[in-house]
Design a protein around this ligand. Structure first.
Ligand code: GRF
Length: 298
């Protein structure tokens, strides 16, 4: 049980303890305050007591948990967790009210070949969205974690191979078939072939786990990036979301945000901090790009 939570949230055992402690303290604080408020309201009828109590604790709980998460150093985790929870609840409501015809939604095709944590965030972010949906996951590594994630989320997977990608049609017919309005690279290590860059002008984006133009280019992926950042003595790193051209990590920058590099950071520790930033921003930036109401959308 604890192990599966650790895998699901991608946290260290120590961090899991702090997260569970936040849940426990926030939860009991909520219960205590809820009873106090019921007391102040001096409610006598048991008929009203239960529903009013449930409403009160539902309102207090997110604030209590966020408050407790600050001294325990888990604020960012709970900000994302509660945000997702709220989104799930509201998207279920909107879905019930008006299910948009899927043809009016923009199609996102995610290219990923690794663990797939960003792909998962993006899929979940757009579940129930009226703006866009992930219609396909493209992967070049049989057995990659992202394949299991896509299956679990009921998203079709296209396994590609080098010859056709670089020297064939680049899988353009399949991408068109999937209604690709935006191609999103999330841990995909092959360069985009010119045929696809031409077919999707400013419609292919990538996320890089550092502040480009520094620490980009060939070989700059995974822990290599974070090792170089640490070796160079940088005091901050971050994420870059950028358009993709025919070169590695060189297209126009759409969004960047930074985080500190702390004394004693290992590449793995820094990678976790960077992943948290990626999960917080990537899907949101994609939505901004695709939202027809966004004035910046071209
Ligand atoms: C991310 O760190 C991203 O910046 C890089 O590849 C990694 C993918 O991680 N391009 P995941 O597979 O989404 O967990």
């Amino acid at each position: 049980m604890l192990k599966s939570l650790q895998t699901k949230w991608k946290v260290s055992p120590a961090r899991l303890v702090l997260i569970l402690a936040t849940f426990a303290l926030g939860g009991s604080g909520t219960g205590w305050l809820g009873k106090k408020i019921i007391g102040w309201l001096s409610m006598e009828s048991p008929f009203w007591f239960v529903p009013v109590y449930i409403i009160i604790v539902t309102i207090i709980w997110p604030f209590a948990v966020l408050l407790v998460s600050i001294p325990l150093g888990q604020f960012l985790f709970f900000k994302i967790y509660i945000g997702k929870l709220a989104k799930k609840i509201t998207s279920k409501k909107t879905q019930r009210k008006k299910e948009a015809p899927s043809s009016s939604k923009k199609g996102i095709v995610v290219f990923a070949s690794g663990a797939g944590s960003n792909a998962q965030q993006i899929i979940q972010h757009f579940t129930g969205s009226t703006i866009a949906q992930v219609s396909l996951v493209v992967c070049n590594k049989p057995g990659a974690g992202v394949i299991a994630i896509a299956k679990q989320e009921n998203i079709r997977v296209l396994l590609i191979e080098k010859e056709n990608f670089f020297r064939g049609d680049g899988y353009l017919p399949q991408l068109k078939n999937a209604g690709a309005d935006l191609i999103v690279l999330a841990g995909f290590l092959w360069k985009m072939p010119p045929s696809l860059v031409t077919a999707f002008p400013r419609r292919i984006i990538n996320i890089h786990p550092a502040l480009l133009p520094k620490f980009g280019g060939k070989g700059m992926y995974g822990l290599n990036v974070h090792q170089s950042v640490i070796n160079t003595g940088e005091v901050q790193s971050g994420i870059t979301i950028h358009y993709v051209d025919e070169h590695y990590d060189s297209g126009d920058i759409i969004f960047q945000t930074a985080c500190p590099v702390l004394h004693g950071d290992t590449p793995a520790i820094l990678a976790t901090r960077i992943h948290t930033l990626e999960h917080l921003h990537y899907a949101r930036v994609i939505e901004e790009i695709l939202d027809p109401k966004n004035p910046k959308t071209t």
